[in-house]
Ligand binder design. Structure first.
Ligand code: SAM
Length: 220
């Protein structure tokens, strides 16, 4: 890995943007302290990588705000042997955080160019244990199902049915659900075949475009 000129910024991000807002899971905090977020943003935005905001990553897409990554990761309650599915690879940053905590991470990205760049970002950050798949993540990824945890990092009008089907017994699913601009972050827990839903608050995500998400002419 390259020399790390941003260690202090990253520690401050964790303390002041994440721990101070109530994220207490030490494994999540350690992962966010470790993963070099500046390697997952475009070079010209590197100096903004530890600010409290999403950033553009090309193709009209974004790397999510660090705090939102932390909330979603904590709520997934990942154990070290868990199999995790992410929908919306984007930069690969969320996948890198998940890989610190889980046994196996599969991440599905609709746009091949972003998937290629995410693979490069993960390699530069020396993150292993992530399989990136190009495809329509609203259909999940049946070959590796069932998953102990599923996180959707783009928003759809409803939670795609295939994702609920591919969730293991006891599994947790986090997704932004609602209208185009801003949505509710929702947590589903599957218990004895039925699904319990917990609202986690308001968020604003880019659209999840595919068979069980937004369709048609919406530009990416
Ligand atoms: N998790 C990402 C990260 O850490 O950088 C941020 C994801 S970005 C907010 C949302 C991503 O979802 C975009 O890269 C977009 O191309 C992708 N996306 C949208 N619809 C999708 C679909 N049906 N399947 C897979 N990825 C999709």
């Amino acid at each position: 890995m390259e020399a790390d000129p941003y260690r202090r910024e990253r520690e401050e991000m964790v303390e002041f943007q994440i721990r101070a807002r109530g994220i207490g899971d030490e494994r999540v905090l350690a992962a966010m302290r470790k993963i070099p977020r500046h390697l997952f943003v475009p070079k010209n935005l590197e100096r903004a990588a530890y600010e409290d905001q999403p950033l553009p990553i090309g193709e009209g897409q974004t790397i999510s705000q660090p705090y939102i990554v932390a909330v979603m990761t904590e709520q997934l309650e990942i154990r070290s042997h868990d199999r995790v599915l992410e929908i919306g690879t984007g930069s690969g940053y969320q996948a890198a955080i998940l890989a610190e905590l889980a046994g196996k991470v599969v991440s599905v990205e609709r746009l091949a160019h972003l998937a290629d760049r995410a693979r490069e970002n993960l390699a530069r950050a020396e993150v292993t244990g992530v399989e990136i798949v190009v495809g329509d993540g609203t259909q999940g990824y049946p070959p590796e199902a069932p998953y102990d945890a599923i996180v959707v990092t783009a928003a759809s009008p409803e939670i795609p049915g295939p994702l609920v089907e591919q969730l293991a017994e006891g599994g947790r699913l986090i997704a932004p659900v609602g209208p185009r601009e801003c949505q509710d972050l929702v947590k589903l827990v599957k218990r004895e075949g039925s699904v319990e839903t917990v609202p986690l608050g308001g968020v604003c995500f880019v659209p999840l475009i595919g068979q069980f998400g937004w369709q048609g002419e919406i530009s990416p």
